[in-house]
Design a protein around this ligand. Structure first.
Ligand code: G1P
Length: 287
């Protein structure tokens, strides 16, 4: 499929992680471990599993660990080779064989919309996927793959949502629209972090998007919104008014690794599905 082959991915990972301090002061929240790899590696692997090979990670100067994690590390590789640790060597080299990485520094914390604008040159003239670097999605189909399949039906921008508790609407972009197909809405209204009494629904933007390249034109015209930040949701609202925008209720599980609850839960649930499941049972039995 032509569109899948040419789509690039943008992974914003430049935020301060203020909700999770002091844990995230020097340790980027995207590097918090889930089972045996950092959160952002789960995100990158979702993009790769969806057929994407060109990935830009938007990061900031104080989050060097993210870049170090994905860049080949020659000294480590030659030491592993010399000492015969070939399985470990294979493990760290695998990801660099599967995708090309570009690292773009967002030098000012001006918000998610501004972070996406930093990737305009990288994306160029084709549709692109955005995956938030602190959000893990588990499901079949994989969330990004599912969105690309929907995108391919009519070539319109589309993003994933999930139902949240009413008291949580103030943490997310919230959307409403008309049912187009089962689990798919044609979006009429989006608002970033509304209080429960102003929320148009309980459907929250979960952090996976496919946009056409003209999205950058909408984003460039957006000024500071809620929290004094340049919001992605505000550009999506413009797009929904002037073109067409769709949401898909993702039939899987999403973990927001900027909250303690989801971090614990992801770690335990994904451990129980991994090669470490027996070890996890043993640990729990011995609590
Ligand atoms: C961002 C988006 C928001 C979305 C959320 C998902 O908010 O602005 O629309 O619902 O991610 O996690 P943030 O978490 O960066 O405040």
């Amino acid at each position: 499929n032509k569109i899948i082959r040419t789509m690039k991915a943008v992974i914003p990972a430049a935020g301060f992680g203020t909700r999770f301090l002091p844990l995230t002061k020097a340790q980027p929240k995207e590097m918090l471990p889930i089972v045996n790899k950092p959160t952002i590696q789960w995100v990158v692997e979702e993009a790769i599993d969806a057929g994407i090979t060109d990935i830009a990670i938007i990061t900031s100067k104080h989050k060097q660990a993210i870049e170090s994690h994905f860049r080949p590390m020659k000294g480590l590789e030659s030491t592993l080779a010399k000492t015969g640790k070939l399985r470990e060597l294979e493990k760290i080299k695998e990801i660099n064989k599967s995708a090309n990485f570009e690292f773009i520094i967002q030098d000012e914390p001006k918000g998610l919309g501004h972070a996406i604008l930093c990737a305009e040159k990288f994306v160029g003239d084709s549709p692109f996927v955005v995956l938030l670097g602190d959000t893990i999605c588990i499901g079949n189909p994989n969330c990004t793959r599912g969105l690309i399949d929907i995108y391919n039906l009519n070539g319109k921008s589309v993003f994933a949502v999930e139902k949240v508790e009413l008291e949580d609407t103030k943490r997310y972009g919230i959307v409403s629209g008309k049912e187009f197909e089962r689990d798919i809405l044609k979006i009429e209204y989006l608002v970033e972090k509304p209080n429960p009494e102003e929320a148009p629904s309980r459907l929250a933007i979960l952090g996976r998007y496919v946009f056409n390249p003209d999205f950058f034109e909408y984003q460039r015209n957006i000024t500071e919104g809620i929290g004094g930040e340049i919001q992605l949701t505000d550009a999506m609202q413009e797009l929904a008014q002037k073109d067409e925008l769709y949401s898909w209720t993702f039939p899987g599980k999403r973990y927001d690794i900027g909250t303690m609850k989801d971090w614990f839960q992801a770690h335990i649930q994904l451990s129980s599905k991994s090669e470490f499941s027996e070890l996890l049972d043993e640990v729990i039995d011995n609590l």
